[in-house]
Design a protein around this ligand. Structure first.
Ligand code: ME8
Length: 519
């Protein structure tokens, strides 16, 4: 089997407010991807963290009458405890206020300055505080920020600039010749469109008179570093750049930078040109997913329509929440999060289809074979049909993994679950038991249980706790509960026959609409 070193990142989130569902989505997506890669035997590194400098954070701290660092220390705990609650298996949590990161940023700045990649000039432009970005006159839409539509302020000052414009031709060619570099492909086209309009140099400093909460420039103590220039460097400082060569060699270039479409330009234009200037290889894929919307508007702090992930998790459990995020959004496109769609999907996929198949298998096995999963007899066309649905689900999950379309892999796994329920109805083990057709009954019980076993492996990265419980119900114990490797589905023989099932009352209890209203 070919294994690889797999390195996945999320954006590092601003600590100006508490985490919301958008943050939870990118982080769960990265976690599911990391878990799948581990289950394929790949050595995996998963980095997430927080972006703690800049005006946004400084303002948020001031509003709470706190020193920025004290504010960050407090906010970080909220992110970290949410990730723990959501079962996130990141290998490292990076904070841009950590000394090692600041050292790496300063070293890079100094080197680029020494090489003439960074120069000083007077700058006239427009600044959007909300987005922490500068714009030129032609970037503005109706005189407002082209990204968020808010008012911008005019600014004239001396600043330091990175010669980003000199990499424009190179970047256009790189994107054109590396179709996997920016995904989905329409986002690559968007970036090309942006580049073809022309590319200026990037202002990478802020005078301390205007902003003090940042990394001081090593060559001019009157300035701090622009927050995006500092933040993007986390992807290399977090894996040992300029600190641990062996570690850095092992993980860079990243396999995936997962981001939301709101930060495409910073990742697909600023970051590649910075890496090129530093002299490092490009990440393999920058993948921009869509937005979670409520109704047809983006969920956002300023619009006050944010769903709090903690509330959903308290009500429905971690795994149901993870499942919904992965099943409902086709990465790349936008998706809608409403309580109604959440409850409907939970009840139909998990409580009805999967829960039902498990409870049928458990009941029949407890009733007719004293709870022991029997060895199967010769398969008929019915068994072959179910097995081929499961096999199709394994194929689909592998394909969806490569294209980052977990919704499709999950849909195929759910098709296999539904095929399992049809199989139970068609073969009617309850009638076989009554008629004393033991061999046939054994085949049916085994085949249905074996389908569940394989489905538990396929869905394990999405719902690790519930799938471990499902495995416990099928008679797995101890370390076997979490030993759910997709690669084993092809290579290891089923070890199911002879195991004793355990009755698991309601793996996914139905969410009752009335209960919900009471809550
Ligand atoms: O941009 N739907 O941090 P941020 C889906 N610090 N995803 C969403 C979302 C929504 N409605 N809202 C936010 C920053 N996200 C910078 C990043 S990286 C070097 C620096 C997710 O706290 C999505 O991943 O504003 C988006 O890219 C990220 O949160 C922005 O988080």
């Amino acid at each position: 089997m070919n294994t690889e070193n797999f390195y996945v990142t999320t954006p590092i989130y601003y600590v100006n407010d508490k985490p919301h569902i958008g943050h939870a989505y990118t982080t769960v997506l990265a976690d599911v991807l990391a878990r799948y890669h581990r289950s394929l035997g790949d050595e995996t590194f998963f980095l997430t963290g927080t972006d703690e400098h800049g005006q946004k954070v400084e303002k948020a701290a001031a509003a709470r009458h706190l020193d920025p660092k004290a504010h960050c220390d407090e906010m970080v705990l909220r992110f970290q405890s949410l990730w723990e609650r959501l079962g996130i298996t990141n290998d490292r949590y990076i904070r841009t206020t950590e000394e090692f990161h600041k050292r790496v940023v300063r070293q890079i700045l100094q080197e680029l300055f020494d090489r003439g990649e960074i120069y000083k000039a007077e700058y006239t432009g427009w600044y959007c505080v909300g987005c922490e970005r500068f714009f030129t006159e032609k970037d503005l839409v109706d005189g407002k920020c082209p990204d968020c539509g808010r008012e911008v302020s005019a600014i004239v000052e001396s600043n330091y600039f990175f010669r980003m414009s000199s990499y424009r031709e190179w970047l256009i060619e790189y994107i054109e010749t590396h179709p996997d570099f920016i995904q989905p492909s329409f986002r690559a086209n968007e970036t090309l469109g942006f580049l073809r309009k022309g590319l200026g140099d990037l202002c990478i400093s802020r005078p301390k008179s205007r902003l003090s909460w940042g990394i001081e420039l090593p060559f001019d103590p009157d300035y701090v570093c622009y927050v995006w220039f500092d933040a993007l460097i986390n992807y290399i400082s977090g894996v040992g750049y300029l600190q641990d060569d062996a570690m850095f060699e092992k993980w860079w270039p990243a396999s995936y930078h997962l981001i939301g479409k709101d930060i495409l330009t910073t990742h697909s234009v600023y970051w590649p040109t910075m890496l090129k200037a530093i002299g490092l290889p490009m990440p393999k894929t920058i993948f921009a997913h869509g937005w979670w919307l409520t109704g047809s508007t983006k969920m956002s702090k300023s619009l006050g329509n944010v769903i709090n992930p903690m509330d959903m998790v308290d009500r429905c459990g971690v795994d149901a929440f993870r499942y919904f995020l992965m099943a409902e959004m086709s990465p790349g496109n936008d998706a809608n999060f409403t309580e109604e769609s959440f409850v409907a999907r939970y009840n139909s996929d998990l409580a009805n289809d999967l829960g039902n198949l498990l409870s049928r298998v458990l009941k029949m096995t407890l009733r007719s074979t004293d709870g022991v999963i029997p060895p199967p007899g010769a398969p008929t066309a019915d068994e072959e049909e179910l097995n081929s649905e499961v096999s199709a689900a394994i194929d689909a999950m592998e394909t969806s993994l490569a294209a980052l379309k977990f919704d499709q892999g999950i849909a195929a796994a759910m098709n296999a679950v539904r095929a399992g329920n049809r199989y139970m109805e068609k073969t009617a083990p309850w009638t076989l038991a009554k008629k004393g057709e033991t061999e046939r009954l054994n085949t049916v019980l085994y085949t249905a249980a074996n389908a569940l076993r394989q489905i538990s492996v396929l869905l394990y990265p999405v719902m690790p706790e519930k799938m471990a419980e499902l495995r416990r119900a099928l008679g797995y114990v101890g370390g076997e509960l979490n030993d759910a490797k997709i690669s084993d589905l092809r290579t290891r023989k089923s070890d199911l026959a002879g195991r004793k099932v355990v009755d698991t009352a309601g793996l996914f209890p139905r969410i009752d609409e009335k209960e919900k209203e009471k809550a």
